[in-house]
Design a protein around this ligand. Structure first.
Ligand code: ZN
Length: 270
C-alpha cells in the first residue's frame, strides 16, 4: 500500500506569522520547518502503523525545500525542490492508495490562518466548474484524476471545515483553531503529532469508504486575480478567456491539462 503525503507549512501547529515562519529568511523559519518535519513524521508513522509499505512525502511549500531530510523517518522517501510538473502533488499516481494533506491552510477570503490560494500576492479566488475551491480542492481534484482519494486533511479549523464541505468521507486533524489570520490557539507539537498519527491510522483503516473527488469533464478553472493587470498577463495563455477585467478561465477535457493551465496562468500573471 503506497501512501502519498503533500506537506505545506501554513497549517502546521505553531505556524502563524507570515514571513517570520514561512519564508527561508524569516527569523523563526528554522523552528517552523522543524515543526513541519515533526508533523510529517507523525503522518508517516501513522501510515506505517496502518500497513503502508511505501510512503512518499512531497514538500509543498514555497521553494519546496523546507522539510529536513536528515530528520525524516528512513522508511519514507522525500520529494524536495521546485519547480515540479505537479507542484504540490508531485509523486501522486495511479499506484497510490490514498493521499494525505498535511499543514494545509484555508482558501483565500476565508478567516483561516495564513489563508490564500496558491499565490497570496495575486490570486483572489479560484473555481473548478463554478465551485469555489482552495488548495485542498484543487489538489484533491488532481488526486481524483489518478483515482486516488484524499483521506485526511490536517491544519486549522477553517481548512478542516473546507475539506469536509468538499469531501464527505474525509477525516481531519485540527491542530490549531484560528483566532485571526495570523494568530491561533495551537496544540503543542507532542499533541498535534499524536492526533495526526491517530487520524492517519483511522483514515487508512476506513479507506474502503473513501472516494476520489472527480469533477465533471470538461474541466474549467476560473481565476479571479487581485487586479486587472494580473488577469491581462494570465490571459496571454493560449486558449484562455478573459471573462471580465480580473477573471480568466481555461478549460480542458481532462483535469490534469486544466490543472497545468491553472499553474501556467498564475505563473504568467506574475
Ligand atoms: Zn504554503
Amino acid at each position: 500500500m503506497k501512501i502519498f503525503i503533500s506537506c505545506d507549512i501554513e497549517g502546521i501547529s505553531g505556524v502563524v506569522a507570515s514571513g517570520v515562519h514561512t519564508s527561508p529568511d524569516g527569523t523563526d523559519y528554522e523552528r517552523a520547518r522543524s515543526l513541519m518535519t515533526g508533523e510529517a513524521n507523525a503522518a508517516i508513522e501513522g501510515a506505517l502503523n496502518a500497513g503502508a509499505t511505501c510512503v512518499v512525502v512531497n514538500d509543498s511549500h514555497g521553494p519546496m525545500t523546507n522539510l529536513l531530510i536528515e530528520k525524516i523517518n528512513p522508511l519514507a522517501t522525500l520529494i524536495t525542490g521546485s519547480p515540479k510538473p505537479l507542484a504540490m502533488m508531485q509523486g501522486i499516481g495511479k499506484d497510490c492508495a490514498a493521499a494525505i494533506f498535511l499543514g494545509y491552510h484555508a482558501r483565500m477570503g476565508t478567516p483561516g490562518v495564513l489563508s490564500h490560494t496558491i499565490s497570496g500576492a495575486s490570486v483572489a479566488n479560484v473555481w473548478v466548474n463554478d465551485m469555489i475551491v482552495g488548495e485542498t480542492g484543487i489538489n484533491a481534484g488532481l488526486a481524483g484524476y489518478f483515482g486516488v482519494p484524499v483521506v485526511l486533511v490536517c491544519g486549522d479549523d477553517i481548512v478542516s471545515r473546507e475539506a469536509k464541505e468538499l469531501l464527505p468521507h474525509v477525516r481531519t486533524a485540527t491542530v490549531k483553531t484560528a483566532i485571526t489570520r495570523q494568530s491561533a490557539l495551537c496544540l503543542p507539537p507532542e499533541r498535534a503529532q499524536a492526533l495526526i498519527r491517530q487520524e492517519t491510522e483511522q483514515a487508512l483503516a476506513s479507506l474502503d469508504s473513501a472516494r476520489p473527488w472527480i469533477p465533471d469533464s470538461p474541466v474549467t478553472f476560473k481565476i479571479e486575480f487581485k487586479d486587472s493587470g494580473l488577469a491581462e498577463n494570465a490571459s496571454r495563455m493560449p486558449y484562455s478567456k478573459l471573462l471580465d477585467a480580473k477573471t480568466v478561465a481555461f478549460s480542458a477535457d481532462d483535469y490534469l491539462t486544466a490543472f497545468q493551465g491553472l499553474q501556467a496562468m498564475i505563473a504568467l500573471a506574475r
